[in-house]
Design a protein around this ligand. Structure first.
Ligand SMILES: [Fe+2]
Ligand SMILES: [Fe+2]
Length: 144
């Protein structure tokens, strides 16, 4: 497996993991602010959709089905439960920083140029969502 293939697989896994994590947080913090739980769960649904986009791309590129969807979602949920003792502000800071790193990475890839046209489309499709996710901490605590 070359670096590119490994990266797509890793992206697929990370997206599915994030779906599980956001889903648990959305349930745990639904009354933190009006619609906040929905906001987190909506982010989770976007991650799920990103995961499916990476899976589709992987299938088209390598004709291999990535099968670890359920496992990765379960790990994300497990992480959500494991983080329960951590204050929400700390959790969301960590998550937003992570999302911001993803944004930087995607923007750099797009700027540097992507040979694969379909992959470029994938990156451009998910970028606005990841930008929105990087603001989740501010959405929750920015006005304080
Ligand atoms: Fe994503
Ligand atoms: Fe994200």
């Amino acid at each position: 497996m070359d670096k590119f293939q490994a990266e797509i697989r890793s992206s697929f896994r990370t997206e599915m993991f994030a779906f599980g994590l956001y889903t648990v947080l959305g349930n745990q913090y639904k009354s933190f602010k009006p619609n906040f739980g929905e906001h987190l769960k909506e982010a989770g649904k976007q991650e799920h959709m990103h995961g499916r986009i990476f899976r589709q791309f992987y299938k088209k590129q390598y004709n291999i089905d990535l099968k670890e969807e359920k496992l990765c979602i379960a790990f994300g949920k497990l992480m959500g439960y494991a983080l329960t003792p951590m204050p929400l502000s700390k959790k969301l800071k960590m998550i937003s920083d992570n999302e911001a790193n993803v944004v930087v990475k995607i923007e750099k890839q797009i700027t540097d140029g992507v040979d694969n046209k379909d992959y470029l489309k994938v990156l451009k499709r998910i970028l606005p969502d990841e930008i929105a996710h990087s603001k989740i901490y501010d959405d929750a605590f920015g006005d304080k």
